[in-house]
Write a protein that binds this ligand. Structure first.
Ligand code: GLU
Length: 512
């Protein structure tokens, strides 16, 4: 009998996301339930956005949660390497095979041509996509242009049946473990780039080749990948490989039902770790996202979940990731711990590495160690207790304060790297655009982050606390100041656009 093998395949392009842990958890449970194996593969084909720091954080966060994999970049395994950036040659060979068999082609179209094509298609209300221009090139012409060093990508061929063709020719049918058959018209499937001009693969090619070569039997992934399934199915057919069973899990949602996003909710696992959630409670909560125990009990361990797992119990209605419910569940876990275990959890939460970074910020400011609580308490607190009077007596008007905090929040959301220099750059640019004295501009940030204007260097503190915690504090501060109305949001969005263009924002006060 075939051994069940599942995988989680995160792209290391940002903070470790709770969505990654959710998908990892279900893949792990599915594999274990069948006595199979669970693999971690790093999909770092996007060389611009992937970073080793992000990869390290993803691995550390999944381990913290107790989601252990049998094979992966750190532990190796029979199908190594498990990091796509180390597998370029594998993808090159497979792309060539597709070209040789007439399933893929070199495309020399310039960005200019593609942009014009797209604009025309949009104007004609057509689905934007490649028009097959380079499929008509002769083999000689392709060879000549390649030999001349002309830049090209490799695209996959996609059926283009006539509009009056029978349904079975017009539709791609994909089977999904939870959703049954999904039909997608071929005309909506683009002639996907498989290999970029730099010779590196795109997600689609690398994902299919690796799932096959790594003998993955079941792919449990987020529903945002459904539209990719026809491309993947076609690639499996082209290679003559059996396709793994697909299972598209429902997307996690914010309480307002929108897709879970860091704009509205902390999404980084490190945030939940820093806030003092227990890994068991986070896993328990993620296990309740669209799934429930047969006896509907709310509190259960990973071992319980594996023992009772049945993927057909996953319900497709978008599960809501609600931090308040998670906090309640975490409270249940904390209360139920025997005292020595609670003490151990408390000590683990203090994290020596975090503690030493915090300590380095206060050493020169205190005369007894106990004063550390006054200076460093805000690093550990879940949030600082602000009131609407907390911002009294500052040089900036309330409108300027809200504008500074909101614009900084939006700009910080965009950052994929998080360290002192990134934060400094954002705040300094904003400060000079707003034309305010640095000291006055920074005061509301001290209050939002530390609860007081006299705190250790606040940008360093933001760097240590991490992006999600920082953003949560800025959001809380804006809420305390009355929040931003729809009208204010419109004005601020204009300011943001102006700021991003490099314009001055000195009229904020007059306009608002
Ligand atoms: N690298 C993809 C991601 O970041 C993996 C998608 C899949 O599981 O196929 O989610």
């Amino acid at each position: 009998m075939t051994v069940v093998r599942t995988r989680v395949a995160p792209s290391p392009t940002g903070d470790p996301h709770v969505g990654t842990a959710y998908i990892a958890l279900f893949n792990l449970c599915f594999a274990r339930q069948h006595g199979g194996q669970f693999i971690l593969r790093i999909e770092d084909t996007d060389q611009v956005r992937s970073t080793p720091e992000s990869e390290a954080q993803i691995l550390a966060s999944l381990k913290w949660l107790g989601l252990n994999w049998d094979e992966g970049p750190d532990v190796g395994g029979p199908y190594a390497p498990y990091r796509q950036s180390e597998r370029s040659e594998v993808y090159r060979v497979h792309t060539q095979q597709l070209i040789d068999n007439g399933h893929a082609f070199h495309c020399f179209c310039s960005t200019g041509r593609l942009d014009t094509l797209r604009a025309e298609q949009m104007a004609n209300k057509q689905t934007p996509g490649y028009d097959g221009h380079c499929t008509h090139l002769s083999a000689d012409e392709v060879a000549r242009r390649l030999a001349a060093g002309e830049s090209s990508v490799v695209r996959m061929k996609v059926p283009r049946p006539a509009v009056d063709a029978p349904a079975e020719e017009r539709l791609c049918v994909v089977n999904d473990l939870l959703r049954g058959t999904i039909e997608i018209p071929w005309e909506q499937v683009d002639m996907q780039v498989l290999m970029k001009a730099d010779g590196l693969p795109t997600y689609h090619l690398a994902n299919v080749v690796d799932d096959h070569l790594m003998a993955i039997t079941h792919v449990l992934r987020g529903e945002e990948w459904i539209s990719s399934a026809p491309k993947h199915k076609l690639l499996y057919d082209y290679f003559g490989w059996e396709m793994p069973v697909l299972c598209h899990m429902p997307l996690l949602r914010n309480p307002d039902k929108s897709k879970l996003s860091k704009r509205k909710n902390p999404t980084s696992i490190t945030y939940y770790q820093r806030m003092g959630y227990l890994p068991e409670a986070v896993l328990n909560y993620l296990g309740r996202m669209g799934w429930s125990m047969p006896d509907e009990r709310e509190q259960f361990t990973l071992v319980d979940m594996i023992a009772n797992f049945d993927v057909s119990r996953v319900s497709l209605g978008g599960p809501i990731f609600d931090v308040e419910k998670l906090s309640w569940l975490n409270g249940q876990w904390l209360k139920a711990l025997p005292l020595p275990e609670f003490v151990a959890a408390f000590q683990r939460w203090a994290q020596p590495e975090f503690l030493s970074r915090v300590a380095s910020q206060i050493q020169t400011r205190i005369s007894t160690l106990s004063e550390a609580v006054d200076w460093a308490g805000f690093f550990f607190a879940g949030n600082v207790k602000l009131t609407e009077n907390s911002f009294d007596g500052l040089k900036l008007s309330p409108e300027q304060i809200k504008a500074a905090l909101q614009l900084a929040l939006w700009e910080l959301e965009l950052q994929s790297q998080w360290d002192h220099s990134v934060i400094h750059d954002v705040l300094q640019r904003l400060n000079s655009a707003m034309g305010i004295k640095m000291r006055d501009f920074m005061a509301p940030f001290f209050i939002s982050i530390a609860g007081t204007p006299s705190a250790p260097p606040i940008m360093e503190a933001m760097a240590i606390m991490g992006p999600d915690m920082t953003r949560a504090r800025l959001r809380d501060a804006i809420a305390i100041l009355g929040g931003v109305s729809k009208k204010e949001t419109k004005l601020l969005e204009k300011q943001l656009a102006a700021f991003r263009r490099g314009d001055s924002l000195t009229e904020i006060e007059e306009q608002s």
